[in-house]
Design a protein around this ligand. Sequence first.
Ligand code: ZN
Length: 292
Amino acid sequence: MLRSVQHTLCKVFCWRSIIKKMSLFIFLLTVKHPLILDILCLFLQVTCNSFTISDGEMQDVGVGLYPSMSLLNHSCDPNCVIVFEGKCLHLRTVKEIPKGEELTISYIDVMMPTRQRQNQLKRQYCFTCDCHRCLTGDKDKDMLAGDEQASKSMEMALASLKELQSQNKVLAMCKALLTSSQLPDRNIHQLKVLDSAMDACIKLGLWEEALLFGLRTLQPYSLYYSDYHPVKAIQMMKVGKLQHYHGIFHDAMVTLKQAFNVMKITHGENHTIMKDLTELLEDCTSAISASR
Ligand SMILES: [Zn+2]
């Protein structure tokens, strides 16, 4: 509990790094009006303690305050995850937790090398993570596999990719990057380009290409996300849906079942997304039976 309180206080009062970047608030501080200071304090508390609300596909849709959840500490290999159903936050355990062990969640996306995770945690929450993954540099070599310069170039290209508005341009750039790349798919920068290519194809209705890109992401996702992680399950579900759409029902069944087994733990059997998944699985079963 003490660590929780310390970290929470740190989260609440890690205002210095924010203020440095916000000349407006420095101005407000000089005003020294009690009301303005109250508003400033409130703003900083919201900034440090809010949770990003995501939809069924883990896309960000808003921000909410859940005071009791703000007491949870961070680990890069947490024993709990947070999923949403509408605005309702579900805290779910994803590991066997011995009696007395602290509950943890990850404040950030864990698909980043140690240094990048630590920088983000320091910048955003003002603490240095000392979990076993950070202490051992777990999976850093895989995440940055391949030629160092090529990996850095891919990372820079990824930043330019995010600036593009047109999905056709995004897809063209992804294809050019992936064609010339010598990096393995487990390199996280390459993996993010694959992800962008799949999303662009889905938005453009290019289902076959989307499936080819999506299939390449599954193994690296399993490598970087723990056995029961909602992001991994959603990725499996996306690929399973594409297989289902293509009428590859046997493959779809396998992928969707894998997603189902993860989501039973990460989302719970009563979550809305499980109903969609069950319908897809039933559809696959009927299609396979009909083809015999
Ligand atoms: Zn850590």
